[in-house]
Design a protein around this ligand. Structure first.
Ligand code: PLP
Length: 399
């Protein structure tokens, strides 16, 4: 195999995206000249507070909500934790049952796990082989003591988009609040809070070419989660901690650009992804394309390459300068097969050979050609030394 260390192709946009240059220039003054603390009463503080207010208004306007319904957080993980734990605590007198799905991000899964230790009950809805949740399963799961349903808008590993509007209507018809993690969807597909009807929604800026370490939780007026982070009176007393002014400014700018360019980027990214998927299916044998075909994020392509380990393919592609992922970024330190793929009924040995490629606005067709070529070369090489492949071909008799 030829190693090309000079060549770098980034196909891991679901893990994070590069900061947009327009976003960076909007943020820079708030690191230097306009460095004030947004809570200070003097003019340095009020300049910073004005920037934070403008960012909040811009985000609210894009989402079609009131600016008082947007709370800044340190990212998607905090917003997810806050939604789950905050509603659980606030509504515990009504009940201690929460419904979520079996394919949520670790930020939801871990919060739910912690609640179980505190006497809450969690129902994890199953998904079909494409990663879709069935509305009738949700309907049957809701009980008189259910206080919250939390289902992600789009999955980070396979890109499946859930029918949130319909699921939300079911929850509301039974007087249950609805939270959705829109971290992967925001900036990739149109997201309208009023159309979805959700009570809480999670965002994270670094997934749409904004800075890392900043996100937001939309909380519908009248819905009152308990606080997660306590301290000062920031975020209208709901979340303590000095506001990260440059990050918040950057998040608003990134969202503005993402929505402004959504149509153009959607087409470009989807065309590249479809071209990639077609090419892989033509050039590589024994591959399974995981996830929904139609209700799917444009950037996501998740493949299981049979008879090889995803990690080996990932590392070999990295040597060729190609960045992709063998699971979600947060769990890629683990060698366990993905809980998402297992929930979709993919056998563990096939889930082990799965790789997520996620495209972005700066990728090119030429990069796709280079990647397909390297995948083909690497998969062939790994299969040559794979006992499973030898057994499959009949070269080795199993004992
Ligand atoms: N939710 C989903 C679906 C994600 O993909 C991620 C990040 O990978 C998160 C939540 C966590 O967001 P953050 O990285 O901002 O903490």
């Amino acid at each position: 195999m030829i190693i090309n260390a000079n060549r770098r192709v980034y196909l891991d946009h679901s893990a994070t995206t590069p900061l947009d240059k327009e976003v960076l220039s909007e943020m820079l003054p708030y690191f230097t000249e306009q460095f004030g603390n947004a809570d200070s009463v003097h003019s340095f503080g009020s300049d910073a507070a004005f920037a934070v207010d403008s960012a909040r208004r811009k985000i609210a306007e894009i989402l079609g909500v009131k600016s008082t319904e947007i709370y800044f957080t340190s990212g998607g993980t905090e917003a997810d934790n806050w939604a789950i734990k905050g509603i659980a605590e606030a509504r515990k007198k009504k009940g201690k049952h929460i419904v979520t799905s079996s394919i949520e991000h670790a930020a939801i899964m871990s919060a739910c796990k912690q609640l179980v230790a505190q006497g809450y009950e969690i129902t994890y809805l199953p998904v079909d082989p494409f990663g879709l949740i069935s509305p009738s399963d949700l309907s049957s799961a809701i009980r008189s003591d259910t206080i919250l349903v939390s289902i992600m808008l789009a999955n980070n590993e396979v890109g499946t988009i859930q029918p949130i509007k319909e699921l939300c209507e079911i929850a509301h018809s039974r007087d249950v609040l609805f939270h959705s993690d829109a971290v992967q969807a925001m900036g990739s597909i149109p997201v309208s809070v009023s159309d979805l009807g959700v009570d809480l929604l999670t965002l994270s800026a670094h997934k749409f070419y904004g800075p890392k370490g900043v996100g937001a939780l939309y909380v519908k007026s009248g819905v009152k989660p308990d606080k997660l982070i306590i301290g000062g009176h920031q975020e209208r007393t709901m979340r303590g901690g000095t506001t990260n002014v440059p990050a918040v400014v950057g998040m608003a700018k990134a969202l503005e650009i993402a929505v402004r360019d959504l149509e153009k980027n959607y087409k470009h990214i989807k065309d590249l992804r479809d071209y990639f998927v077609d090419s892989i299916q033509k050039c590589v044998s024994h591959v399974k394309y995981n996830g929904e075909i139609k209700n799917r994020l444009p950037q996501n392509a998740n493949f299981s390459f049979e008879f090889i380990e995803g990690e080996s393919l990932l590392l070999n592609l990295d040597l060729c300068g190609i960045a992709c992922s063998s699971g979600s970024a947060c769990s890629s330190g683990s060698l366990e097969p993905s809980h998402v793929l297992l929930a979709m009924g993919i056998p563990p040995e096939i889930a082990h050979g799965s790789i997520r490629f996620s495209f972005g606005k700066e990728n090119t067709r030429e990069e796709v050609d280079y990647t397909v070529n390297k995948i083909q070369e690497t998969v062939n090489k790994l299969r040559e030394i794979s006992p499973l492949f030898a057994e499959f071909k009949g070269d080795i008799k199993s004992v």
